[in-house]
Design a protein around this ligand. Structure first.
Ligand code: HEC
Length: 196
């Protein structure tokens, strides 16, 4: 009898533990850099070990003296393989755009060669196919949108994607192939030949 009680106690404790685990788990994470409770986005810690999607070189207007800024875009390697197969970004795809200052000089490869120096900040997009964070102004149109200053990779400096991001991404919509998924038309994919 004593041992039966023991089994019962063990069984009910296991059940309680299971419930606590299930309740505590909350919504399933779908991207490595999103707080599932609040929808807060951060710069993913290990993104420099991801794949490079592409690079944009910026020169000052009328200048012939090299680049004054580089934008380097990273994503998870599996995002690239998924896109190549299905022609769309998967749920949880993260696009990280680094803004980098430059220096320019003559090198053995050429007279005007620019290289990256100091990191200025990051723009981050997270694909959300389920419309998870309806009340957050950082989420909408199929993505989570955030900007981060270089000294604050965990706290976004932008507050409202419709005011902070959308207008500048409208030209991507015109450039996108008509076959692209609606949410993916916000992305400047023509700059990323690795997706072809
Ligand atoms: C001044 C215009 C402008 C603003 C504001 C802007 N973007 Fe962009 N964004 C661009 C352009 C143009 C590109 C591609 C070329 C480049 O970086 O020069 C781009 C590229 C990106 C990329 C790389 C993926 C892609 O679409 O090619 C991310 C990520 C990104 N932007 C996120 C954001 C987020 C998040 C915001 C708002 C917080 C934002 N952007 C605001 C113009 C802008």
């Amino acid at each position: 009898m004593k041992s039966l009680n023991g089994v019962k106690i063990l069984f009910s404790s296991a059940l309680v533990l299971l419930c606590v685990l299930l309740l505590g788990a909350g919504p399933k994470p779908f991207a490595p850099n999103v707080d599932m409770e609040t929808g807060a986005i951060r710069v993913p810690e290990d993104y420099t070990r991801w794949a490079t999607l592409g690079t944009w070189s910026h020169s000052r207007e009328g200048s012939s003296s090299g680049a004054h800024e580089f934008h380097v875009v990273y994503t998870q390697p599996e995002t690239i393989s998924y896109y190549k197969k299905h022609r769309r970004f998967p749920d949880g795809a993260v696009l990280v755009k680094e803004l980098l200052e430059t220096e320019t000089g003559a090198m053995t490869t050429g007279p005007v060669v620019s290289h990256a120096t100091r990191l200025k900040g990051w723009f981050v997009l997270v694909r959300d196919t389920e419309g998870r964070f309806q009340t957050s102004k950082l989420w909408g149109d199929g993505w989570g949108w955030s900007y981060f200053a270089a000294d604050s990779p965990k706290v976004t400096a932008s507050t409202d994607y419709e005011a902070d991001c959308v207008a500048c991404h409208l030209p991507a919509k015109q450039a996108a192939p008509a076959s692209a998924a609606e949410a993916d038309q916000w992305i400047y994919t023509f700059g990323y030949p690795v997706l072809k």
